[in-house]
Design a binder for this molecule. Structure first.
Ligand code: SF4
Ligand code: SF4
Length: 430
């Protein structure tokens, strides 16, 4: 097929959509210190302590339009929170019923569900297995690490409860992935975290999320920061452990992030390549082959995944659920119109168009693209704003893996794509 041909489904151009669905808004049964979503309760004006729930009419409309507005052989629903399992199995039985009702012939509908695992029991296990849900389970590492920030409202760690959820996933042979937040504590223990996920949890896919939040994150959207308060890269106040830091104390530092990824990469390369799936490493291979990075954070564009709240409000991205970035409400506007609106397109293209020169001249722009704009908290040494807080860590990681990924890609028989010419390196796996 030529590059100019548009892929077809049922004789029409293919049309896809991805929406992170928050059927219970930010409501959660625990109270993780670093959660970026709990504070949406105030920001979105939900009543204090209420559990906003997508009502039956809204759920019906959402499922119908999400299916109708896509023309693709596979439609994926993403259920997140807050904690979506608070809605009970009954709610998700209704979800599956509605999906069957509106599913066109020849289309497969899939579901993924992100959970802290605490409420998973045999009833959930049977339901998730029967309906082939992919479950993302949040676990930060061994007990001491997990319990540092993943606590209940009484401040007690939730490790044991989450492990019961993991047991249910194994018992019912449910397809799952782990989601591990990398903070100032877990960031210092890369091998303990990785080996725990590999050997104890037996995680089929390890997603690592760097925790990066400026102190102002609860009410100020990224890119709405005061320029005058933006720090230069390398300033001590950008380190989370500085007494006057602009960052929350629980954040991973850029240096930790680089070391975390490099250390895990070395173990993965020596022991587990081909056996353990770490999306960052798989994505690097794609990037080095010149393909579009499958991870939005490291790709050239934002805006392909919207977020919908329990009341039907739609936002530019799960990380931009702020009033400024609201696109509309499904009671009043089409999802598709919102996805392709000028506002959303501008949001999408800004990821690349607002890169500072330091990124444009970087050896690894093709693999990084300035990472997620929500983390672009710093100024470059020349005073341009919009440099990623994790830049030093990402740069270290890309430089570290470059010779190995080059070798892996060459071994696969592909030509390595890079935007620069550099001296040949000693390519030798340890
Ligand atoms: S803002 Fe971040 S998470 Fe959202 S689409 Fe852009 S890169 Fe992805
Ligand atoms: S490594 Fe740093 S300079 Fe290079 S593209 Fe990423 S954020 Fe920009």
């Amino acid at each position: 097929m030529s590059n100019n041909q548009i892929r077809q489904h049922n004789g029409k151009p293919q049309q896809r959509m991805n929406v992170m669905t928050k059927p219970i808004g930010p409501a959660c049964n625990i109270d993780c210190t670093y959660c970026y979503y709990l504070s949406k309760q105030q920001l979105l004006n939900y009543d204090k302590g209420c559990k906003p729930t997508m009502n039956p009419e809204m759920l019906d409309r959402y499922i119908r339009t999400y299916i109708e507005q896509q023309n693709f052989p596979e439609i994926v629903f993403h259920w997140q929170g807050g904690e979506p399992t608070l809605l009970g199995v009954k709610f998700f039985r209704e979800v599956v019923k509605l999906q069957k009702k509106y599913c066109p012939p020849g289309v497969i509908i899939e579901n993924d569900l992100q959970t802290n695992g605490i409420l998973l029991d045999d009833e959930w296990g049977k339901f998730l297995a029967k309906n082939n849900f992919l479950v993302g389970i949040s676990i930060d590492g061994p007990e001491m690490i997990h319990n540092t920030y993943r606590t209940n409202r009484a401040g007690r760690g939730t490790f044991k409860q989450t492990m019961k959820g993991v047991d249910i996933l194994h018992k019912y042979n449910i397809n799952f992935a782990t989601l591990t937040c990398v903070n100032n504590v877990s960031g210092a223990e890369p091998l303990a975290v990785y080996r725990f996920l590999r050997d104890v949890i037996r995680s089929p896919q390890m997603q690592f999320i760097p925790i990066v939040e400026a102190k102002s994150f609860r009410d100020t959207a990224p890119q709405r920061w005061d320029d005058a308060e933006m720090l230069f890269q390398g300033m001590p106040e950008a380190e989370p452990d500085h007494p006057d830091s602009i960052m929350e104390a629980w954040c991973v530092s850029a240096g930790q992030w680089g070391d975390f990824l490099c250390t895990i990469f070395d173990e993965w390369l020596n022991e587990d390549i081909g056996k353990v799936n770490v999306p960052y490493f798989e994505a690097a291979i794609e990037a080095w082959m010149g393909r579009v990075n499958p991870l939005c954070t490291l790709g050239p564009m934002c805006g392909k995944g919207l977020a919908i709240e329990a009341n039907g409000d739609v936002f530019a991205c799960d990380h931009y659920v702020y009033p400024d970035f609201k696109l509309g409400n499904i009671n009043e506007s089409d999802l598709q119109d919102m996805q392709f609106s000028e506002k959303q397109q501008a949001f999408g293209y800004a990821k690349e168009s607002t890169l500072p020169d330091q990124c444009r001249q970087c050896d690894y722009q093709f693999a990084c693209f300035g990472e997620c704009p929500k983390n672009r908290l710093l100024k470059t040494h020349t005073g341009q704003k919009g440099l990623n807080y994790l830049c030093a860590g990402w740069n270290k990681f890309f430089r570290h893996i470059d010779p190995y990924i080059t070798l892996v890609v060459n071994t696969m028989g592909h030509k390595v794509y890079k935007k620069i010419n550099r001296q040949a390196m000693q390519l030798k796996l340890k």
